[in-house]
Ligand binder design. Structure first.
Ligand code: NAI
Ligand code: MG
Length: 361
């Protein structure tokens, strides 16, 4: 079977890190005899420049036909002045909701070689490997009604709606429990069930789903406590599952525990396991065009793609091992280099990963 993969390089450092990632993918495919068609399309600012909209119909068509999508990042100051409806980030929200990518997987892994990069004490984060599963297509970011109006006494007012249906909660919870089974068999569900009705339902449905997973240990935590616990003792967590807004905030906090945004991949999955894979970082306009961005987050996103959408675990393992090898060998881009340590370019890092792959495959 030929896997159909859509490549969306995006903006800023997106095309730079994607070039290295595509070269890694091609090498892995060739070594393991994996058949894949790689198509390219535009998203974000690049799409606005070419077609006037951030998520063009031609991109949508290719996206619907793909088994998996790999994305660099979108956005940048060039498009900041545009109307909100055609900002690059709209392309991202558009493709996520168009493809119903409801399950956002955000791993936070501390590489032992980079232990010094965390802002926490080494013993608090050594061996950290947690996975946040964030609901991505519902909750307060999408709830209706939303908007602005004016109150009777003439004040401007803005409002959003925090709403979840039980099926939205169930599908992301099932995903989290299935993933927990393949890891440490613990799920912590994060809500605000002491205050918000939508999350009271969240807790109820999570408890119902848990009945089908007697082998997985479930705990519940209020989001404010979860924020404290993530900073106080992050290694207590295996899989955390939560709604869209709480997940947005907690996953960024968790990312910082590792101290290296340039290392963190993510996946966004639909019901059938098709997905979009992208680094957690943005388009980094401050370093775009300099050839110094860290390509490892995108390369590791490709590993997640092989694992979660393409069912090629061997390819995923090989890429992850190769990244470990290059870190062992001391290759560091500027973002992960210690003070005074020499740093390498994007292309040198990519080439080092491919050289390591030649050995592990
Ligand atoms: P950012 O993640 O692009 O950059 C934050 C800082 O981290 C910058 O100093 C940057 O140089 C550094 N950095 C990020 N990725 C790096 C890498 N791979 N290697 C080395 N250093 C790296 O976040 P920022 O500055 O808030 O946003 C910049 C643009 O990206 C904005 O237009 C924003 O909307 C967009 N953005 C897009 C995202 C996406 O496409 N998923 C996610 C976050 C932001
Ligand atoms: Mg965020």
């Amino acid at each position: 079977m030929t896997h159909r993969v859509l490549v969306l390089p995006g903006d800023g450092i997106g095309p730079e890190v994607m070039a290295e990632t595509v070269a890694v993918i091609e090498l892995v495919n060739q070594k393991l005899g994996i058949e894949m068609s790689l198509e390219h399309a535009l998203l974000g600012g690049a799409a606005i420049d070419a077609e006037g909209v951030p998520y063009p119909e031609s991109t949508a068509q290719k996206a619907h036909q793909a088994d998996a999508i790999i994305l660099g990042a979108v956005g940048g100051p060039k498009w900041d002045g545009l109307d909100r409806a055609i900002r690059p980030e709209k392309g991202l929200l558009g493709i996520r909701s168009d493809l119903q990518l409801f399950g956002n997987l955000r791993p936070a892994i501390l590489y032992p070689q980079l232990a010094g990069a965390s802002s926490l004490k080494p013993d608090l984060v050594a061996g950290l490997d947690l996975l946040i599963v964030r609901e991505l297509t519902g909750g307060i970011y999408f709830g209706q009604p939303r908007g602005f109006d004016t109150t009777d006494d003439g004040q401007r007012r803005g409002y959003n709606t925090y709403v979840y249906t039980e099926s939205e909660i169930r599908r992301v919870t099932v995903l989290a429990f299935d993933l927990a089974r393949k890891r440490g068999s613990r799920v912590c569900s994060v809500d605000k069930a002491n205050v918000l009705e939508a999350t009271m339902l969240w807790r109820e449905v999570v408890n119902e789903v848990a009945k089908d997973y007697p082998d997985v240990e479930l705990s519940h935590m209020y989001v404010d406590n979860a924020a404290m616990q993530l900073i106080r003792a992050p290694k207590q967590f295996d899989v955390m599952v939560t709604g869209n807004m709480f997940g947005d905030i907690l996953s960024d906090a968790a990312a910082m525990l590792t101290g290296s945004i340039g290392m963190l991949p993510s996946a966004s999955l639909d019901q059938a396991g098709r997905g979009m894979y992208e680094p957690c970082h943005g388009s980094a306009p401050d370093i775009a065009g300099q050839g110094i961005a860290n390509p490892l987050a995108t390369i590791l996103s490709a590993a997640m793609m092989y694992r979660y959408s393409l069912n090629e675990p061997q390819a995923a393992d090989a890429i992850e091992r190769a990244v470990g090898v290059v870190l062992d060998q001391g290759y560091r881009t500027g973002d992960i280099a210690a003070a005074g340590e020499a740093s390498v370019s994007t292309s040198t890092m990519g080439a080092a990963v491919r050289a390591a792959l030649e050995n592990v495959l």
